[in-house]
Write a protein that binds this ligand. Structure first.
Ligand code: MRU
Length: 348
């Protein structure tokens, strides 16, 4: 099992995803600032993994707070939550996890005035969020695995696997693992996913570790392989799903969805309920992160573009709900009209 993130007595341990696949190195983050930096700089990435990391960072920072009164603790806690909320804007799991930690803090404050007890409750909440994420990915795998036929080749974009979650199964790759664990023979085509290369570096690495056959292609080959009849289904993850089903995911996902519709290939989104943002009526309201230009102009230290050139680097795009065959969640499979089905599933 790939251990993406772990709570330890020393701090938060995580695999450094910037170095994969050439180096398998683990970071030990000993302060909440280090956790926040790891999220910002994408040592850890993927919506559920960002949420779990933020919860652990908040628990770690609060545990280390030196104030002795509940008021001091509250001040430090609010500050830490605020730092975490500034790390990345698109994945709603980050804000969902911060809200969970806030609710746990409020509940603990009502029940006890013992500062050490409150700190302990926050550690427990972060560990609970971690455990729940593992379980929800298994559920996504069970529900989604049923939709994938035996012998299918599944195309995926970015990395929505163990590395993008607390570990183990993942969301989109959870569906593939669910089908595999149900005895089906599944092969994967992984889009390289420019510019950060989550597909070729991370998806290919984790599927190879798991002995699931995987072929990588560059993003501009997706239409060609679909036209050749080489793709039976597409499964991607999500960073935020609006109430109407519009889905923000890694830049390039929208292009894949449009191609899938043209070639009549089912296009599935796999995500836990914590990725659904019922406060947003459509995908137009989802904030899209603009990342540093160096991600586009360079690969590691190799320059690929002229110096001083204009660059646009939106990290996500929004796929309109009408392109999505089904949204596979940990509570079940939602189909159109999403405005109703997502609300119903969120209440389960
Ligand atoms: O920029 P990233 O690598 O954090 O983006 C990740 C994605 O877009 C994933 O597909 C998404 O978070 C789903 S992860 C289960």
């Amino acid at each position: 099992m790939i251990k993406t993130i772990e709570w330890t007595d020393e701090g938060v341990r995580m695999i450094d995803q910037r170095l994969l696949p050439t180096e398998e190195k683990y970071l030990m983050l000993r302060s909440f600032e280090e956790v926040a930096e790891a999220i910002k700089d994408m040592a850890v990435r993927g919506a559920p993994a960002i949420g779990v990391s933020a919860a652990m960072g908040i628990a770690l920072g609060t545990k280390q707070a030196v104030g002795t009164s509940v008021n001091d603790l509250q001040e430090d806690f609010d500050y830490i939550c605020n730092v975490m909320s500034q790390t990345r804007p698109t994945a709603v799991n980050l804000f969902w996890a911060i809200e969970r930690m806030r609710a746990a803090f409020q509940k603990a404050m009502i029940e006890t005035k013992d500062v050490e007890e409150i700190k302990q409750r926050l550690v427990e909440e972060a560990r609970k969020i971690f455990d729940e994420d593992l379980a929800s990915n298994r559920a996504i795998g069970r529900f989604g695995g049923e939709l994938i036929p035996d012998g299918a080749t599944v195309l995926t974009h970015c990395n929505a696997g163990a590395l993008a979650t607390a570990g183990d199964y993942g969301t989109a790759l959870g569906v593939i693992r669910g089908a595999r664990d149900a005895g089906k023979r599944i092969a994967v085509i992984a889009d390289e996913t420019r510019p950060f290369l989550q597909g070729s570096r991370l998806t290919a690495w984790e599927l190879a570790q798991d002995s699931i056959p995987v072929t990588i292609i560059t993003d501009n080959m997706a239409g060609h392989v679909m036209k050749q009849g080489k793709v039976d289904a597409i499964v991607v993850g999500a960073d935020r799903i609006a109430a109407n089903g519009d889905t923000a995911n890694k830049i390039g996902t929208y292009m894949v969805a449009v191609l899938a519709r043209e070639h009549r290939i089912p296009f599935y989104v796999a995500a836990p309920i914590s990725t659904i943002d019922l406060n947003l009526s459509s995908g137009d309201e989802i904030p899209i992160e603009e990342r540093g230009h160096r991600e586009v102009t360079h690969i590691r230290d190799q320059r690929l573009a002229p110096e001083g050139i204009e660059v646009h680097n939106p990290a996500f795009d929004v796929t309109p709900n009408e392109f999505i065959h089904a949204i596979i969640t940990d509570k079940g499979v939602a189909r159109a009209p999403y405005i109703q089905t997502l609300r119903l599933l969120s209440r389960v």
